[in-house]
Design a protein around this ligand. Structure first.
Ligand code: CTP
Ligand code: MN
Ligand code: MN
Length: 513
């Protein structure tokens, strides 16, 4: 303790212009403070016994500024090219005024220290938040994080090609979460509260945010195996298992495959023959044109049918890898046996380059819908490749625009006469091959089929997971079964199905998970 007497003595000299605190050499930055305020504050400090320097030097230990960020002050210091610039304390005016009031340098607290732009941003950072299941979220096709989602999707594809389904779904879920965000992610902090981002996905995201690329993604993208498997599974009819077997036999390209003289099935032969066309995205205009052809077929074989464009195009996408249609008839039972008739009409018109029709095999047992052996559904359906005339796309009136969904009646009978479709005689450069999926559903199952065939695939998967895990229900493209009440839940629209599932209705354009 300093004796009272002596303390008085000390305080009596405290107004003298000497440095009472030899470890503290202050410099006030004029930037944003102004010369006169700086002069006034410097004088005040000196009066209280602080050493306040007029110019910056290596002696300075405390740099005080007003309304500057740490980054701004650091930039100014770097321009001074003094070693001290690296070690001096960068303080806010609050430290200086509090020290003046206290008559001595107050302890430096966090709030006195200047923050970096970076950490200022982090403080005001919006932490994104989304619900866990993709079917609880709205996901438009407007992806603000495509750099990240493309990377995660590539890793998902790679996992699928390696038969690692669990991993693949984890990457797809992570990508889906990022697709649902309203803005581009700029820091990991923003992701703190998001679901479905596992350690691996986070590592990839971090690398891309911080370095612009992920080493793992790039080395996968350029690996021999990935490139070969992508090329081989790009053949319609070739799945991951076949591609992997061929790759292990040394087949990496289409040329290798042709030379190998491997026996190909009908689908694969067609896939190889139309490889380029089938790997070129289908446009919305082409989808609508194919819709008109299918309507014409329906009008000829069973008037009164209803046809709906499903898949990615129903979700508002502008391109797709194929075109998907769902067909039904308002009189239950009339749709039975429809597909073979449609197919033979299309065949007669020279429209089909390939088709494989599967008969309906849906069974309903007392205990609920029979579980299919795979997650394939059991509608009457047709995987096909259409031969689509090219040049008519450009002439506006060649195909009157029709609604691509709804009942086919005499009112759109122009479809019948519109074209004789001389497809068999088209020169090679006048047409292209397009993958088309046709599905026929009885009207009683139509809402379930529509929901199931609209996608996206992840959205569907999440709907079924939600139904099972959260609601104890089984959802398929045929029906919804309540395992607690042991009964089917009827629905006449997609809206009713969402309501049964206790979910807010998500419009097709918001199902792009
Ligand atoms: N689907 C299905 N059973 C299959 C194949 C597909 O139920 N054997 C469903 C998918 O779940 C998806 C919809 O059909 O909901 C469309 O599938 P697909 O055409 O593969 O995907 P799209 O979302 O249409 O994407 P793209 O635009 O690339 O065609
Ligand atoms: Mn599709
Ligand atoms: Mn499809």
């Amino acid at each position: 303790m300093v004796p009272l007497k002596r303390r008085k003595v000390v305080s009596s000299i405290s107004t003298e212009d000497i440095n009472r605190f030899p470890n503290v050499v202050i410099f006030l930055l004029v930037r944003k403070m102004g010369e006169s305020r700086r002069a006034f504050l410097s004088q005040l400090g000196r009066k209280k016994g602080f050493q306040v320097e007029d110019s910056f030097s290596d002696l300075v230990t405390h740099v005080v500024s007003e309304n500057n960020t740490g980054e701004e002050v650091r930039m100014w210091l770097r321009s001074q090219q003094k070693d001290k610039a690296l070690t001096a304390q960068l303080l806010d005016m609050s430290w200086y005024t509090e020290s003046m009031r206290a008559g001595c340098p107050v302890q430096i607290l966090d709030r006195h220290k200047l923050q970096d732009e970076e950490s200022v941003k982090e403080e005001s950072v919006v932490e994104f938040s989304v619900p866990t299941y993709a079917c609880q979220r709205r996901t438009t096709s407007d992806d603000h994080n495509s750099k990240l989602t493309d990377a995660l999707t590539l890793l998902a594809e790679n996992a699928e090609l390696n038969n690692e389904d669990g991993r693949a779904v984890a990457f797809r879920r992570a990508a889906a979460v990022l697709k649902a965000l309203p803005e581009t992610v700029t820091s990991m902090t923003q992701l703190r509260r998001l679901p479905c981002l596992g350690e691996h996905s986070q590592r990839v995201i971090k690398d891309i945010i911080e370095d612009g690329v992920s080493g793992e993604v790039e080395s996968t993208r350029h690996s021999e195996r990935f490139k070969a498997l992508k090329c081989l599974t790009g053949i319609f009819g070739v799945g991951a298992k076949t591609a992997d077997r061929w790759f292990r036999e040394g087949i990496q390209t289409l040329e290798h495959l042709v030379v190998s003289e491997h026996e190909l099935n009908r689908a694969q032969q067609a896939g190889l023959e139309h490889y380029d066309d089938l790997n070129q995205p289908v446009t919305k205009a082409e989808a609508l044109k194919i819709g008109d052809i299918v309507k014409r077929a329906l009008l000829n074989v069973l008037p009164g049918c209803e046809m709906t464009l499903t898949g990615g195009f129903r979700r508002g996408k502008m391109t797709g890898h194929d075109v998907d249609f769902l067909i039904t008839h308002p009189d239950e039972g009339k749709e039975v046996g429809l597909m073979p008739k449609v197919v033979s009409w299309l065949t007669a018109q020279g429209v089909l380059l390939y088709e494989k029709t599967t008969r309906s095999s849906f069974l309903v047992s007392e205990n609920g819908p029979a579980q299919p052996p795979s997650n394939m559904d059991r509608f009457e359906r047709c995987f096909s490749i259409f031969k689509l005339e090219k040049e008519k796309m450009d002439s506006v009136n060649a195909y009157p625009q029709t609604r691509y969904s709804g009942q086919i009646t005499a009112s759109n009978s122009h479809l019948v006469e519109a074209n004789e479709m001389p497809n068999t005689h088209l020169p090679a450069n006048k047409w292209r091959a397009v993958r088309v999926d046709l599905v026929v559903s009885p009207i009683s199952q139509f809402p379930f089929a529509l929901l199931g065939w609209t996608g996206s695939k992840l959205f569907e998967r999440e709907l079924r997971r939600w139904a099972g895990h959260v609601k104890s229900m089984s959802l398929s493209s045929h029906a919804l079964y309540d395992n607690t009440q042991c009964k089917y839940l009827r629905a006449t629209s997609e809206e009713e199905i969402f309501a049964h599932l206790g979910l807010e209705f998500i419009a097709p354009s918001d199902r792009n998970a």
